[in-house]
Structure formats: C-alpha cells, structure tokens
Design a protein around this ligand. Structure first.
Ligand code: ZN
Length: 123
C-alpha cells in the first residue's frame, strides 16, 4: 500500500517535470524557434495534457490577442490554437520525411563511395 502511494507520487512528479519543461518551451513555440525534436515532443505532449494546453492558451492570448485586439480583429482562441498545432504537426511530418530522405541519400552515397574504393583496390 505504501509502495503504491510512493509510485503514484513519483508519477506525479514526473508529469510535473515534463509539464514544466513543455511550458518552458511555449514562448519559443509561439515565436517558431523550436527545434524539430522539441516541436515533436511539444505537440505530442499538448495533445494529451490539458494543463499545458491551458498554459499555451493563456500565453497565446497574451501574445496574439493583444495585437489582434489593437487591429480590431476578433480572435477565436480555440480554433486558432488547434490550427497552429495541426500546422506544426504537418511541418514536423514534412521535415521528418525530408530528414529520412537525406539520411537515405547519405547512406547510399557512402555505400557508392565504398564500392568505388573497393573496385579501385581490386584493380
Ligand atoms: Zn503538460
């Protein structure tokens, strides 16, 4: 029983640590300066964490909402954020595919070089 409580507590601490880390990324997410790896972690986490979603909504509202209010534009916070996260996911997917392609290409290039070296050696 004691152990169960302990492990539950540990789990909560972990969750909290992750949330803290993710919330620390929010300003950089909004300014679009996360790395691919960070952005992937960030969007994955936000899909499952309402606490961090609330956090980003507040930050987004502060950042975007004020500018838009000044321009007399209305803001649909929920849809806007949803769009932004979906867009990020698309970008991540695209970049991941691109990275894989580059790696494949590099792999092929190295293989061709080795094959050439081997052929030269044989001659
Ligand atoms: Zn979280």
């Amino acid at each position: 029983m004691k152990d169960a409580v302990k492990s539950h507590k540990k789990h909560e601490d972990n969750t909290h640590a992750v949330c803290k880390k993710m919330q620390g990324l929010i300003p950089r997410y909004l300014s679009g300066s996360l790395t691919l790896h960070e952005a992937r972690e960030f969007t994955e986490h936000l899909k499952n964490c309402s606490v961090c979603r609330d956090e980003i909504e507040i930050s987004y509202l502060l950042e975007e909402g004020i500018t838009r209010a000044e321009n007399g534009e209305t803001i649909d916070l929920h849809t806007d954020l949803e769009d932004m996260l979906n867009e990020t996911e698309d970008t991540i997917q695209y970049l991941t595919q691109y990275n894989t392609a580059v790696h494949l290409f590099e792999g092929t290039a190295v293989f061709v070089l080795c094959a050439c070296a081997f052929l030269l050696f044989m001659i």
